[in-house]
Design a protein around this ligand. Structure first.
Ligand SMILES: Nc1ncnc2c1ncn2[C@@H]1O[C@H](COP(=O)(O)OP(=O)(O)OP(=O)(O)O)[C@@H](O)[C@H]1O
Length: 584
């Protein structure tokens, strides 16, 4: 129950609703437990009349009629209270479910990029949907049925004792046995439901990955082997579910058996007591009704216990993510003015998960408004440099300064707001092209969207679609080519009008002619902005104020285009090779 303590703050938030629910439950059960007493009195009256008591048949009929009317009234009122009980407690559980989902979602947004690299999307989705549903079963139905059970037991037991202590004790003989079986079975259920939950996550992750990579799967023609893999996981998941169901299924027969024994005890012991004139006949019927009223709450004990066990397992999984501290966090609550001068001083960086040192003792300065081009072989550390500028990671050694202030002391929101980032593999949302561009500036006008698209040289393509900027992209919409995606993504960065622009190899999918056009537009747009261009082409780098060449995380060359083409090395070789390709 430790993990579930996390929910106490929500119980405290909705305490009045829950208390009202509790009050209504007490009232409803008090009324339900009146019925056995009324029936006992009716039967006793009939029995007394039969045994020659001083009472007329009309008085008996009148008594019975009144009792029938009271029973109908009590049943109706008890039903109404039961309705209200569901309305208060189940509605509260939906409110807590809503709050918890929002809390998890907000935490997901806070967590750093590294967290997403270490955890699978399917797992993240499972915790916010499946696990939260399991927790809701605890805060709603489980609590409602527990309250129900406690009230019925406390009130029912008190009434039984008041009527006859000896018969009560006999009736309750099977109950200790019941508690022990519930304890043993609930432990088994807890273990098995944790395993079932893990398999569910595994299945969701598997599905999510296969659907995202469906193009690759089909092009490699490995559908059959994927179906086999799915079948294997689904089969294991099924086996674990069957194991859980076996334990669940044992509950009801155990309960029914023990309740049946109680009924037999009431008939036998109560019958004997009646013969010995210790009790009246109505009491036997009253006790049989009590046992049957208590049957339902006892029978659901198993179900409730398993709901609580599953909720405990799910909440523990949720807490794991809620307790996660974002690796990158804002340390400066005050606004930061950003001009765009970036300086790396002895910066080294090692990725935690792979232990790869991607950058080794980097020193460089990019003045505000300057353009830096970064070249180098694949895996040489180019993307890592700009990931550090955007503070997606913090340096392992050395320091990065933004306008002469340590980047870790700059307000993180202001930093990110002043960066227009075009990643290597652009991501577009399943929304219209216009909205995808507007993502960079929510209040952008139509004119601004068009200008940005023109600067990214994608306007012509967009207007060719019948719905123009309203064209919906994604799963059920139009699929853009790699080059078009890159250019929409560039338009999204430009429209933001940030102080720092970052282009991570984002012209790789366009031809050299389009590249030239975009670059000359960018030169105009990015005039007063600090710009980072990562590329494998000299054509993208040649106009930059500074160029650096990386190799294995180290800067091996730096200077302007003119300086580097006159220097033996990677840049000159690349330049000559690409010149040759162009001529051919
Ligand atoms: N998220 C990550 N976790 C662990 N290692 C990483 C991660 N990202 C990159 N690396 C490793 O760091 C090194 C530098 O990668 P980086 O992406 O910076 O290279 P790059 O020069 O941009 O390559 P490319 O031109 O292929 O994009 C590589 O060895 C890479 O495998």
């Amino acid at each position: 129950m430790k993990a579930l303590q996390y929910l106490n703050k929500y119980f405290s938030k909705y305490k009045w609703r829950i208390l009202l629910g509790l009050l209504i439950t007490v009232l409803s059960k008090l009324l339900a437990l009146k019925i056995p007493q009324i029936i006992r009195n009716s039967l006793n009256t009939v029995d007394e009349y039969k045994n020659g008591a001083n009472i007329t048949i009309d008085e008996v009929k009148h008594d019975l009629l009144i009792n029938v009317l009271i029973i109908i009234g009590v049943a109706l009122l008890s039903g109404f209270f039961t309705f209200l009980m569901r309305q208060t407690i189940i509605v509260t559980s939906r409110l807590i479910e809503f709050d918890l989902k929002n809390e998890i979602y907000a935490q997901y947004q806070r967590l750093s990029l590294n967290f997403y690299k270490q955890n699978r999307t399917g797992d993240l989705m499972n915790r916010i949907s499946e696990d939260v549903s399991k927790v809701r079963m605890y805060v709603g139905p489980a609590i409602m049925y527990s309250m129900n059970m406690i009230v019925l037991f406390v009130v029912g037991f008190t009434q039984m004792v008041q009527v006859d202590l000896k018969l009560t004790l006999y009736t309750l003989i099977p109950f200790p046995l019941l508690s022990v079986s519930i304890f043993i079975l609930s432990r088994v259920i807890h273990k098995r439901s944790t395993i079932v939950q893990q398999y569910l996550s595994k299945l969701t992750t598997f599905n999510q990955e296969t659907f995202s990579g469906i193009g690759v799967l089909k092009s490699y023609g490995i559908e059959t082997s994927i179906i086999r893999d799915f079948d294997e996981i689904a089969n294991e998941s099924k086996e674990k579910n069957i194991d859980l169901q076996k334990a669940n299924a044992l509950f009801f027969p155990t309960m029914i058996l023990l309740i049946g024994i109680s009924n037999l005890i009431v008939i036998y012991v109560g019958g004997m007591q009646y013969i010995n004139n210790e009790i009246k006949i109505g009491v036997v019927l009253e006790f049989l009704l009590y046992v049957n009223i208590l049957t339902w709450p006892v029978a659901v004990v198993g179900w409730v216990t398993s709901m609580i066990q599953q909720a405990e397992a799910s909440q523990a999984r949720i807490n794991e993510f809620l307790d996660e501290k974002p690796e990158i966090s804002n340390t400066n609550p005050n606004a930061s003015e950003i001009n765009g001068k970036v300086e790396f001083k002895n910066v080294s960086f090692t990725y935690d998960d792979t232990n790869i040192t991607a950058l080794k003792n980097i020193n460089l300065t990019v003045e505000s408004g300057e353009t830096l081009a970064i070249l180098g072989k694949t895996g040489s550390g180019k993307s890592t440099i700009i990931e550090l500028v955007a503070r997606l990671y913090d340096t392992t050694e050395g320091e990065i300064f933004l306008d002469d202030i340590s980047i870790e002391k700059v307000n993180l929101n202001d930093l990110r707001n002043q960066i227009g980032f075009v990643p290597q593999d652009p991501f577009l949302f399943s929304d219209s092209i216009g909205n995808n561009i507007k993502f960079g500036k929510q209040d952008a006008t139509e004119e601004e969207i068009i200008t940005a698209a023109k600067n990214a040289d994608v306007h012509k393509n967009i207007v060719e679609f019948s719905k123009g900027y309203e064209t919906v992209l994604g799963e059920r919409g139009v699929t853009l080519s790699g080059g078009q995606k890159q250019r929409v993504s560039i338009a999204r960065a430009i429209i933001k009008n940030p102080k720092i622009l970052i282009f991570d190899d984002c012209l790789s999918a366009v031809d050299t002619e389009t590249e030239e056009k975009i670059l000359s537009n960018l030169e105009r747009v990015s005039k007063s902005k600090t710009t980072f261009i990562i590329s494998h082409r000299v054509s993208s780098a040649k106009n930059a104020d500074k160029i650096i060449v990386l190799d294995d995380g180290k800067i091996i060359q730096q200077g302007s285009h003119n300086q580097l083409v006159n220097q033996e090395g990677y840049y000159k070789d690349l330049y000559e090779q690409q010149l040759l390709e162009k001529e051919n």
